[in-house]
Design a binder for this molecule. Sequence first.
Ligand SMILES: Cc1ncc(COP(=O)(O)O)c(C=O)c1O
Length: 406
Amino acid sequence: MKGMDRRDFLVGTGLLAVTPTAASAAQGTDWGAVRREFRLDPTLINLGLFYLASNPREVRSAVETFKRKLDANSHDLMPDQAQEVAVALGQYVGGAPDDIAFVPNTTIGLSIVYGGLRLRRDQELLLTDQDHAWHRQAAQLAADRVGAKVRIGTLYANSASVTEDEVASRLRNSITPQTRAVGITWVQSSTGVRMPVRACAQVVAEANKGRSPEDRCLLVVDGVHGLAAVDDDAARLGADVFVAGTHKWLFGPRGTGMVWVNPQVSNQIVPLLPSLSDRSETALLGPGGFHAFEQYYAVRAAVEFHQRLGRSRVAARITELATRFKDGLAEIPGVVIHTPRDPRMSAGMVCFDVPGQPGPEVVGRLKEKRIQITTAAYRIPYARIGTAILNTPAEIDRTLKEIRSL
Ligand SMILES: Cc1ncc(COP(=O)(O)O)c(C=O)c1O
């Protein structure tokens, strides 16, 4: 953004209201203009946009451009574009491009990491009872192949009142000398809890004191609901591995994702599949064969879209809307909020219960009112919303009104 500051640029693209005062600069983004970059169904209040991304205009147009080039001559693959994507993602997560591999989604990323981890049968993978079923399955399949174990820990008693200290102390008590990896979720889609990754990393680091590389415990983070929802450098949270689809909160092309690996441990994870990329040791983890290259190359456009908006503005907007929803829910008699009210322990997901109505029923009743919410697909399917930057305070208020009338 040479010669132009970010605010000028946002104004130039119509994404920032033209005359924000200094005091309102934090709220100065024209979110209506941002929303118009997307092709959302205008008749629907969609509070499940995190599920699978809708793409903004510039991502759609990048896909189209690359598609046209490949249609003209599919021999002209563009390794320089792949490198640009790695550079953009690296900047966005605070890591080096060489420490990033491309994967089609979070699930395949996690499967490649656990599947490629040098794991012995006398070792175990420690996950939590709130990780996504596909995360757990990825670990289980990897463990089964070598006869190792997966152990499931519980890192807090009550999601709504969880604290960093509670998670850290429970984790400290759960790790054993056999624990080869701890798997956690940055923002849990079961409860909306944002896990204190740095505190967990510290516990893992203590446990690793004196361990040899082949016994070292790695911290693996499923970061899909934190990436582009939380204002933090994913590669600097202290985790050893960070995996996230870029097709959720980042609004990247569907079927794209990333794995970042701490270079100090990259020799502990071997490729599971042939790779197309020989950029680096970690890039080799990205599965090969030919891909929907136009989708991959266009991830950079999604990153740039977010960088122009600013990661902190995006996170602030998501939090503002989630807080508005939680505050409103708290005033509805009988409704139980399962997500922490504290924004430091939560992000853009809010899970709740309406008395006497199971989550799927709440989803169905709101659907009749043209409001799309989801349930958490876990043991207890709480009703759940996600507040994206494309949502508005008016949509939150209307949804609260309909929940009140249930
Ligand atoms: C916490 C979590 N991890 C992983 C996934 C799967 O993501 P992907 O579709 O990128 O594999 C989901 C699905 O939404 C999820 O909620």
